[in-house]
Design a protein around this ligand. Structure first.
Ligand code: ADP
Ligand code: ASP
Ligand code: MG
Length: 439
């Protein structure tokens, strides 16, 4: 079995969906195809939810109407027979009846998550109709019947595996399955999701659950590039990455992969390929257990970081101090990304500010607390062995003109992280690109 995931831009136009059908029928291998919502849909759904949350029903209605027009035009160009167009129209009607109801009932978070799920539900149904029209034997596998998260909001891989296996047994002999990325049910049985960009995570979880031969992430670029192509002009695709390197890049801002999408594949040793729907024959990137060359592979940047410095002359050297500090972050379920210590202070960074004020208040018992928001982590990823000289020197040299707030090196052999103000992000990525890659 292979698992192929196609992102929003890969299904965002009718002709792109036609190309996806070609890609998935190039060979006879059995496949599970995971689709995102059409590009722009999830953003539109977020925006509809915001209007409903602020009780602006007129704005919500207008956004729903715009989305409806988009789907009407889309299904007309996707399909060519009147019969299938009618079928598609009645499916889309049902989803918009649901949107109509959301305008009449009271808004809450569970309803919002239900709204967010509509994009993937519609894209997969439309695509399945197109495959039927083409006479391709495929079955729609509802993700809400097997994707599960636990009380922590984390995917429950064992449950996903048993539910999915049972589901697949219902369809013996079917070579092709279409399912939704992103959406799931939580431990309360409510509709939920794996956070924005979560279809990559769905694909990796499904791949691990069925012990797939490989997991293919099809997107709008020819693999993981050495730097963020949205920020830097000259970038190039990387042919091979290790799971550790890819996980660091995804976690530290390489948007091509959802931050958590590597662990299920890594745990089961299933290679992940990053491929381009617009250039299906381009080599892309292969992510696997193999490691090659001790060198810098790529850069990534993660915005929205807050740095917190706790200064305490009395307590810092005492054992148990760091534990007490960490316990506060644990209490508020706030992960720490970077950490540095000195004799009188400890600095940490977080990317979730939802409990910042409460955390700050509790930290004040240890001494002075300084908070800087709007920071960016610049992450240099590669396979750095301590014996190899010169990397740190090159990085510092490149960033001679950039004010650096924190540095973390040695936590893993794959990552050197630097913290700067958000305003320094572009310059930092460009300078590092010049010095580390000669571009
Ligand atoms: P999809 O809709 O297919 O999930 P995304 O927009 O989530 O696609 O991810 C693909 C985008 O990730 C690319 O178009 C690119 O702009 C962005 N990106 C950011 N960093 C990188 C990187 N290092 N390599 C490749 N793409 C990257
Ligand atoms: N449609 C969802 C989003 O836009 C999930 C995904 O595309 O991966 O975030
Ligand atoms: Mg994505």
């Amino acid at each position: 079995m292979q698992v192929l995931k196609f992102g929003g831009t890969s299904v965002g136009k009718p002709e792109r969906m036609h190309s996806v059908a070609e890609i998935i029928t190039r060979d006879e291998e059995p496949k599970i195809v995971v689709l995102s919502a059409l590009s722009g849909t999830t953003n539109a759904l977020v925006s509809i939810g915001e209007s409903l949350a602020s009780d602006d029903k007129i704005a919500a209605q207008e956004k729903i109407d715009n989305l409806r027009s988009h789907y009407d035009a889309f299904l007309f160009d996707l399909l060519s027979t009147d019969a299938k167009r009618e079928e598609a129209k009645s499916i889309i009607d049902e989803h918009f009846e649901f949107f109509g109801i959301t305008l009449k009932i009271s808004f809450n978070e569970a309803l919002n998550r239900d709204i967010l799920a509509q994009g993937e539900l519609m894209s997969t149904k439309l695509f399945t109709l197109y495959l039927q029209e083409k006479g391709i034997n495929a079955a729609l596998l509802p993700a809400l019947e097997f994707m599960r998260t636990n009380e922590e909001g984390e995917p429950d891989l064992d449950k996903i595996q048993s539910l999915l296996k049972a589901k697949l047994e219902d369809f013996e002999g079917v070579p092709l399955f279409i399912t939704q990325g992103y959406i799931c049910k939580n431990y309360k049985g409510e509709i939920d999701n794996l956070q924005r960009g979560g279809s990559d995570y769905s694909a990796s979880l499904i791949g691990a659950a069925v012990n797939a031969q490989n997991i293919q992430i099809w997107t709008d670029i020819d693999g993981m590039h050495n730097n963020d192509p949205r920020v830097v002009d000259k970038t190039f695709p990387i042919a091979e990455l290790s799971f550790d390197e890819a996980a660091e890049l995804a976690y530290f801002g390489a948007k091509i992969l959802h931050p958590a999408s590597i662990w299920p594949a890594q745990k089961t040793g299933i290679p992940v390929k990053l491929l381009n729907t617009m250039q299906p024959d381009a080599k892309g990137t292969v992510i696997s257990n193999a490691t090659n060359s001790d060198d810098v592979k790529a850069l990534a940047a993660k915005d929205g970081i807050t740095a917190i410095k706790i200064k305490s002359t009395r307590m810092l050297l005492a054992y148990g101090f760091l534990r007490k500090v960490f316990e506060i972050f644990e209490k508020y379920k706030t992960p720490i990304d970077m950490i540095t210590t000195s004799e009188v202070a400890v600095s940490v960074t977080i990317d979730d500010n939802s409990n910042l004020e409460k955390i700050k208040k509790e930290l004040l018992q240890f001494g002075q607390v300084e908070v800087d928001t709007n920071q960016t982590i610049i992450c240099v990823v590669g396979n750095f062995v301590a014996e190899r000289k010169g990397i740190v020197h090159k990085i510092f040299d490149s960033l001679a003109d950039i004010p650096i707030r924190m540095i973390s090196y040695g936590g893993s052999r794959h990552n050197i992280s630097l913290l700067t103000d958000r305003s320094q992000k572009e310059a930092s990525l460009k300078k590092l690109n010049e010095h580390l890659f000669g571009l």
